[in-house]
Ligand binder design. Structure first.
Ligand code: SF4
Length: 183
């Protein structure tokens, strides 16, 4: 199986989610957000094809990462390939983040008829959802570009059947006082 990428696997990013991460830069996106930072990733024919097995092998060999992040482009347009990578990442006990221009609610509807998407959501931990909205752009936000986008705890959202925002605990001994929200 192959995946179309915009650039080679990033193997030590610290700006695309918690900790040190490998980033899968997928090629192809039709959301056409005004002010998009990565217009070169929109075409579904540009970039290059990479074997999913090659990416998985690189992830297996990388001993410094805490997790992987799917970005782009929009990874959802190559859901079968992304699912294979996400499954492999989980087998390595890595946490998985995904950026998408779709909202969580849209993905829930789509996943009812798309088994790969449903399975993919079961294999990711955090979803940063929604299109980039230029009028809501805010450079102070962590891990997202505009305030409409949400950083979602996918496992808890699926369990509770509603959107649950991702929270990170800085100090497990005193969760309440050290808790912060990615607002
Ligand atoms: S979803 Fe992301 S890559 Fe696609 S147009 Fe919007 S900002 Fe750009």
């Amino acid at each position: 199986m192959k995946i179309r990428l915009a650039q080679q696997l990033d193997d030590n990013s610290i700006v695309d989610g918690d900790g040190i991460r490998a980033v899968v830069w997928t090629q192809g996106c039709s959301h056409a957000c005004l002010g998009c930072h990565n217009p070169n990733t929109h075409s579904f024919t540009d970039g290059f094809l990479e074997e999913v097995s090659s990416i998985n092998e690189k992830l297996s060999q990388n001993k410094i990462i805490d997790g992987i992040t799917f970005s782009g482009g929009d990874p959802i347009f190559q859901i079968a390939s992304c699912l294979e990578i996400a499954r492999h990442a989980k087998s390595l006990k890595l946490n998985v983040w995904c950026y998408t221009g779709f909202t969580y609610e849209e993905l829930m509807i789509m996943s009812k008829i798309n088994k790969n998407l449903s399975e993919f959501l079961n294999n990711i931990d955090v979803l940063v959802d929604g299109k980039f909205e230029l009028e809501k752009k805010d450079l102070t936000l962590k891990f997202r570009g505009s305030s409409n986008q949400r950083i979602i705890n996918v496992k808890k959202s699926l369990k509770d059947k509603k959107v649950v925002i991702y929270r990170k605990y800085m100090n497990s001994k005193n969760k309440k006082s050290k808790e912060y929200l990615f607002v």
